[in-house]
Ligand binder design. Sequence first.
Ligand code: NAD
Length: 475
Amino acid sequence: MSYPQLHMIIDGEKIPVAHRRVHTVVNPASGAALGDLPLADQADLERALAAAQRGFRLWRDTPAAQRAAVLTGAARLLRERQEEIARIATLEEGKPLAEARIEVMMNVNLFEFYAGECQRFYGRELVRPPGMRSTVVCEPVGPVAAFAPWNFPIGNPGRKLGAPVAAGCSVILKAAEEAPGSALAVLQCLLDAGLPQEVGQAVFGVPDEVSRHLLASPIIRKLSFTGSTAVGKHLMKLAAEDCKRTTMELGGHAPVLVFDDVDVEQVLKVMVPSKHRNAGQVCVSPTRFIVQEGIYRRFRDGFVEHAARLRVGNGLDESVQMGPMANPRRPEAMERLIGGAVRAGAKLHTGGRRLGEQGYYYAPTVLSEVPQSAPIMNEEPFGPVALINPFRTEEEMIAEANRLPYGLAAFSWTGDCGRQRRLAREVESGMLCINTTALGGSDAPFGGVKWSGHGSENGPEGVMACLVVKAVHEG
Ligand code: NAD
């Protein structure tokens, strides 16, 4: 299948490269160029802002049932175009096709959920003496600037577009320049389903230029960002200059607490594929395995055995279980972090090396007894590496889970009900999975605490994050 022609979508117009600077999109499975993406100049961004301002007034006043019809129509088109969009994502990001297909369906479900949710923004009337009236209403916050990263090239743009569209906001999306084709395909479904051209737009550019320009504009009332904590902190400072609303979905370093009372083989069957989904380039990827000493050796050796058996290759090959990493920065980061851990005294059981002569492949890697001081124990690795360490007591395990400033996802495995309740109370994270890894779902809030950000996407909370409340008092 061929890769699509790339463009921006500004005020309904497909903007080609023409005189503009370009970013060359590369297939991470081979390193070969896929196509050139136009990068916005200042005039492009000004045009997008003016359209977003018009689009907001138009969409704010559009009845909820009409917004719902657009979201439902876009969900239908996504379903019809599932295979085409999944292939684009695999070509530009590298993940196995099966994972990309699921990502399309995540957007289908989310758009359908939001179609229902956008018809349920109930205000309330307060009890007042006769002749007086006080009401509380929910209003869309205003035009949104949304920044989506490359790791879920379909799902991230879907989240960034779906919530503002449901809430009655306009949105300018800057998806990652490294995976623009899938983001454009998602926006196109919304536009083809009837979204007014001023309401949903897509720009690309030099990230810092685009974010500075959009966030400096008083037209933009909300920043929505998914990406690293470092960039998130920088963008929050820019947004603070104009007191803009923010939803920040930042980095993680998910702990996995595995207690002595579990069926080790069952846990491995779930956790090993979960660790290697999208080659570990997932913000909720299980990373620090905090294992109780009674099962530690069996768990570690079993993990090594399962990880070493994974089939790694081009994501277009249906038999492949893990694709390449998404860009050359990732294998470089793996070499730095894994090398640093081994130098600090960690044991390397499998992996720890690049694979193949071309593309950005890195072998599934297992490290154990990793010193707390090693950078990989403190910095999000965002790759196919599991860090497995033994612990004695529940208290020590919880302390290790909460040690880092991150608090996105956490996982635990135990059959002890009392312990499950204690973990639910004590573990500092936005999402906690007990005896499962299923933390998604269009109806469930997705987001973190501490350095993992604030605000939620998905669920009613995802739409609420694009609304403001107004109290109206009439005498
Ligand atoms: P990065 O931190 O530079 O970029 C992360 C994302 O932010 C990219 O999509 C990039 O286009 C965007 N970005 C960067 N600078 C920006 C700016 N000034 N304004 C607006 N957007 C900007 O680095 P990277 O190499 O792409 O990724 C490295 C790290 O980012 C990973 O190790 C991981 O920790 C984190 N990351 C997190 C997620 C997530 O889902 N939370 C997704 C992708 C990357």
